[in-house]
Write a protein that binds this ligand. Structure first.
Ligand SMILES: NC(=O)c1ccc[n+]([C@@H]2O[C@H](COP(=O)([O-])OP(=O)(O)OC[C@H]3O[C@@H](n4cnc5c(N)ncnc54)[C@H](OP(=O)(O)O)[C@@H]3O)[C@@H](O)[C@H]2O)c1
Length: 255
């Protein structure tokens, strides 16, 4: 099937699980072609059930291998002929948790590569590849941690704040047809939250708050968040402000 028979083409990073998988499922159900970029793919039977899905296995914390893939014609081929295109920069890590001094050079470098370099490299390549696409949208999946500091999360806070500033500055470039937004999704029930709950208070002093959110059933369902996020991404509101929180959008209420 060619891309023109679809609603549009979407690139979703970190599509293998959690929020990214939920976003990919919503887009596929709406008739988007989806290119998923993660280290792991979906199980074969799930891929078989979604003809609109293509997957590329990439370690996005390896900037050289991402640059190599971006230099190939793959992205251009995927977006060719699309009337609408979107890039969902979702892949990310909350690690390393802990204060400076215990984070580790490799872990810091990989987190910055995954959370910052990869989204910015992909945004650049996506905008170049979609020069002929009238409606193109980039959403960075940010976090409340971009806007509020947490002890133990200095790397995570700094990387997510970088995405917010990228969206703010890129919006000023007024690239034709391009909308960019950095969007915090809320506290979502994914493997990342399990990771956060499992760490000691010495590394993450706010761990009890996140354990309580889980214990009291206050984590958001990834499928609900994905529905609201994609609805917002498809709306005219998207990109009117470069930095937003999904929980505060009137059109997409979340508790
Ligand atoms: N969950 C929350 O409460 C919450 C709150 C605010 C913001 N966020 C943000 O939402 C996004 C998704 O988080 P999540 O909770 O869904 O996390 P998750 O369940 O841990 O999923 C992370 C996704 O990122 C991919 N990923 C991780 N390392 C990668 C690498 N080196 N190369 C390629 N892909 C990689 C994973 O795929 P592979 O393992 O297959 O590579 C996976 O699909 C993140 O940016 C996170 O910061 C989450």
């Amino acid at each position: 099937m060619t891309s023109t028979s679809h609603l549009g083409t979407a690139i979703v990073t970190g599509h293998s699980q959690g929020l990214g998988k939920a976003i990919a499922l919503v887009l596929l159900a709406q008739g988007w072609r989806v290119l998923g970029l993660s280290r792991h793919g979906w199980p074969a039977h799930e891929v078989a059930g979604h003809t609109g899905l293509e997957e590329v296995a990439l370690d996005l914390s390896d900037s050289a291998s991402l640059a190599g893939w971006l230099a190939s014609p793959a992205l251009n081929h995927f977006v060719r002929g699309a009337s609408r295109a979107c890039l969902v920069n979702n892949a990310g890590t909350v690690n390393p948790m802990g204060p400076p001094g215990v984070q580790g050079a490799m872990a810091v470098g990989q987190a910055v590569a995954l959370n910052v370099a990869a989204p910015l490299m992909l945004a650049d390549a996506f905008v170049a590849a979609t020069a002929d696409v009238a409606d193109r949208r980039v959403v960075h999946i940010s976090s409340g941690a971009a806007r509020n500091p947490y002890p133990g999360w200095s790397v995570y806070c700094a990387t997510k704040a970088a995405l917010d500033m990228h969206a703010r500055a890129a919006a000023l470039d007024v690239v034709p047809g391009l909308r960019v937004e950095s969007l915090a999704p809320g506290v979502v029930d994914t493997a990342m939250q399990a990771d956060i709950r499992s760490v000691g208070a010495d590394r993450f002093p706010s761990v009890e708050r996140f354990q309580a959110l889980h214990r009291e059933g206050n984590l958001l369902d990834p499928a609900d968040v994905a529905q609201r996020l994609v609805a917002h991404m498809n709306s005219n509101e998207f990109g009117q402000e470069p930095v937003r929180d999904l929980r505060q959008l009137a059109t997409t209420p979340l508790r």
